[in-house]
Design a protein around this ligand. Structure first.
Ligand code: NAD
Length: 342
């Protein structure tokens, strides 16, 4: 059986890391028909469309995408493609596993970190509702709804239940944003009450940031709003070796898009030194999402291959202090997948 997937190479390091991920899937023997869809800053500037119809048409056909990052101009210019895609396809759950691999040199190398961040993906301050009231006075609206809060909490608890996770922690700032975060928290509590077998905790986001740094091993499943989830998941990526190690998935009821947590990394784009592991692990999440025995086997193969490759300290790209190029690192994973599947 073959699966149809939209492949969006994206900007900067996107095409390099997406190519490595595609090769890793091919090495597992899982059959994918890749439909390439262009989506990058140059195209958006040329067409004036933040989310080109060709990309939406492709995702309507395939329902699933593997995406490289797309650059978004800062402080002006076109709106974020990711925000547009998440809203358009109702990809309400941003799932970001943060799992430390043995042997990766980081400040936290001796700590076993294994958490999953569930970030609400469609509203909050990322709704893009901003207004210049008078010159030099701008408001930005934080949108929190019961519908979106309940469904991300349900998604997090369902995941925790299915994977035998023990604890869900809701992260909020309801002491200050009493209405907006108060509503988010009430929704989390409601879902927690329906899942008494899973321990439920709450942390204010500033305290959560500190706890994540001093005792990251105590976190299991985290559920939070859009902006806190965005920030905390980059912080968490820093605990396990950086952005090059952090996979991510945007999941809805009809569509799913898999992409690394990181951006287009303009500082290293074109140098061939980006770490492809985050994208390779994202594509493993995609294979799990298909939920066929064959794709689950492929996902397992990729994860085992990554673990084995990373257990050798000479297999490192520059971000982790090593000499390998993106292609060389991709090759190591491909070779290991091939050996494991023999
Ligand atoms: P970034 O994630 O691109 O880079 C942050 C730092 O991490 C940089 O030092 C970069 O070199 C490093 N890094 C990131 N990925 C790496 C990898 N695979 N291997 C090695 N090092 C890696 O964040 P930024 O610089 O804040 O954003 C750059 C652009 O990306 C912006 O235009 C932003 O809007 C966009 N962005 C896109 C997405 C997306 O499309 N999903 C996500 C985040 C940011």
């Amino acid at each position: 059986m073959s699966h149809l997937v939209t492949l969006i190479p994206g900007d900067g390091i996107g095409p390099e890391v997406a190519h490595a991920a595609r090769r890793a899937v091919d090495a597992t023997g899982v059959s994918i028909d890749w439909e390439i869809a262009e989506l990058n800053a140059a195209l958006i500037l040329k067409t004036g469309e933040s989310l080109p119809q060709s990309v939406v048409d492709s995702l309507n056909r395939t329902r699933v995408g593997l995406k490289g990052p797309v650059a978004t101009p800062i402080g002006g210019g076109f709106a974020s493609v990711n925000v547009a895609l998440r809203k358009r396809l109702d990809l309400y759950a941003n799932v970001r596993p943060v799992h430390s691999l043995p042997g990766i040199a980081s400040r936290f190398s001796d700590v076993n970190i294994d958490m999953v961040i569930f970030r609400e993906n469609t509203e909050d301050l990322y709704s893009g509702i901003e207004h210049e009231v008078i010159p030099d006075v701008v408001t930005g609206i934080k949108v929190i709804t019961r519908t979106a809060s309940i469904r991300i909490a349900e998604y997090a608890f369902k995941f925790a239940d299915q994977l035998g996770r023990k604890k869900v922690t809701a992260i909020h700032k309801a002491n200050i944003m009493k209405l907006a975060d108060g509503l988010f928290l009430r929704c989390c509590r409601e879902v927690a009450e329906r899942n008494p077998e899973i321990e439920y905790k709450e942390l204010i986001v500033d305290n959560a940031s500190m706890q994540l740094v001093i005792r990251p091993e105590t976190f299991d499943v985290l559920v939070t709003e859009n902006m806190f989830g965005d920030i905390l998941s980059d912080l968490a990526a820093g605990l396990i070796g950086g952005m090059g190690m952090a996979p991510s998935a945007d999941i809805g009821d009809k569509y799913a898009v898999f992409q690394p947590s990181h951006g287009s990394a303009p500082d290293i784009a074109g140098k061939g030194i980006a770490n492809p592991i985050a994208t390779i692990l994202s594509v493993a999440m995609m294979l799990d999402w298909f939920d066929h025995p064959e794709t689950r086997r492929g996902a397992g193969l990729i994860r085992r291959a990554v673990e084995q490759v990373m257990s050798n300290p000479s297999n490192r790209t520059a971000d982790l202090g090593g000499p390998l190029s993106t292609t060389e690192m991709g090759n190591r994973v491909v070779t290991q997948c091939g050996q494991l599947s023999e």
